[in-house]
Design a protein around this ligand. Structure first.
Ligand SMILES: Nc1ncnc2c1ncn2[C@@H]1O[C@H](COP(=O)(O)OP(=O)(O)OP(=O)(O)O)[C@@H](O)[C@H]1O
Length: 323
């Protein structure tokens, strides 16, 4: 087989699906999904429990057959070219499996026996390919913060540690694409931040990350693009910044909020009705542009610390889309 065999013409997307559908009897778990994940994306696949995320991820990886529709992963049709595609994909899906009586190292050693790092992948000219198997395993353990506990049996691990081991396994071959289903499950805030930093670093070195999650804050903090799933249907797919579009209001932060309100002709703060007063020193203005607000405040001698068009939170956008 030539290297390009099975590669779709002009297939640039990391994950592309068309009309992807999965039915279980009368339940349509995934309904006509058109996913477009581009190479280099940090893509957040967001949806409440039961919306079809895991079923989709399983179809992408060839673990479950689609009822209908097409899937392309790294430019090749799945599951037809699974043999070529999967060595380039690192996956963490629903509670990573590991031999409980073996250490993390021993588990990774078994997994590593399945194959070397992907040629041309992020690890190929770094910690992986030229180094020994052992160095590759140590590097993966180090990356997920398990280097110090690598000799303990996995049965003694916390849920968060098991999740890290699953991630180490996904990283072992220096994948071009990481597919992660709820990767921060069981991690404490520090663990979540560490995994986020690790994923940011991998992404900066060229790995596309597809992260499925029901946690809005996690997706908002990490992702560049977002797909929102609601009862099996993709109700939005866009850049995070576009989804968090402007509200049309202006948010200004001033050092003296009472003087600021006077300068803008607003009524004084009323504890019963917060009106334009938000937080300690913020004013949220309807119908006044950033330029106008700044000019009026500065002319009145009020120091402006920040003035920006207000953006919706991801939560506000998603609630609007899913209710
Ligand atoms: N093997 C199966 N047989 C029958 N129905 C299934 C099966 N797997 C999933 N479903 C149904 O498909 C729908 C989507 O489930 P899925 O697990 O993909 O959602 P999810 O978004 O991943 O949810 P969660 O976050 O809870 O894992 C649900 O209604 C679920 O009950």
């Amino acid at each position: 087989m030539t290297p390009d065999e099975g590669r779709a013409p002009g297939g640039e997307g990391a994950v592309v699906t068309r009309g992807l559908t999965k039915r279980y009897g009368r339940v349509t778990a995934v309904d006509s999904l058109d996913l477009d994940v581009r190479a280099g994306d940090r893509y957040g696949f967001l949806g409440p429990n039961g919306s079809g995320k895991t079923t989709t991820v399983r179809m992408l990886l060839g673990l479950v057959y689609a009822t209908s529709g097409d899937i392309e992963v790294l430019g090749r049709s799945m599951p037809r070219h699974a043999g070529r595609v999967l060595p380039e994909v690192g996956a963490l899906v629903e509670g990573p499996g590991a031999y409980p009586h073996l250490s993390a190292r021993a588990n990774l050693r078994l997994l590593d026996a399945a194959g070397p790092p992907v040629a041309g992948g992020p690890l190929a000219d770094g910690v992986g390919s030229r180094g020994s198997r052992r160095r590759r395993i140590e590097a993966a353990l180090e990356q997920v913060g398990l280097a110090d506990v690598g000799r303990r049996p996995v049965r003694a691990y916390s849920l968060g540690m098991r999740q890290r081991l699953g991630l180490a396994a996904a990283l072992l071959r220096g994948p071009r694409l990481l597919v992660l289903d709820e990767p921060t499950n069981g991690l404490d805030p520090r663990g979540i931040a560490e995994i986020r930093d690790l994923l940011l670093d991998l992404n900066a070195r060229g790995t596309t990350v597809f992260l499925s999650s029901h946690l809005l804050a996690e997706v908002e903090a990490f992702c560049t693009r977002v797909g929102v799933l609601d009862r099996g249907r993709l109700v939005a797919q866009d850049d995070l910044d576009t989804l968090r579009g402007p509200t049309g209001r202006t948010r200004v932060r001033v050092d003296d909020v009472a003087a600021g309100a006077r300068a803008l002709g607003l009524p004084p703060r009323d504890t019963e009705r917060p009106g334009p007063f938000a937080g300690e020193g913020d004013l949220v203005l309807d119908g006044t542009s950033v330029a106008d607000a700044t000019e009026r405040l500065v002319r009145a001698g009020v120091r402006v610390l920040e003035a920006v068009p207000e953006r919706r939170t991801l939560e506000e956008s998603v609630l609007e889309l899913t209710t």
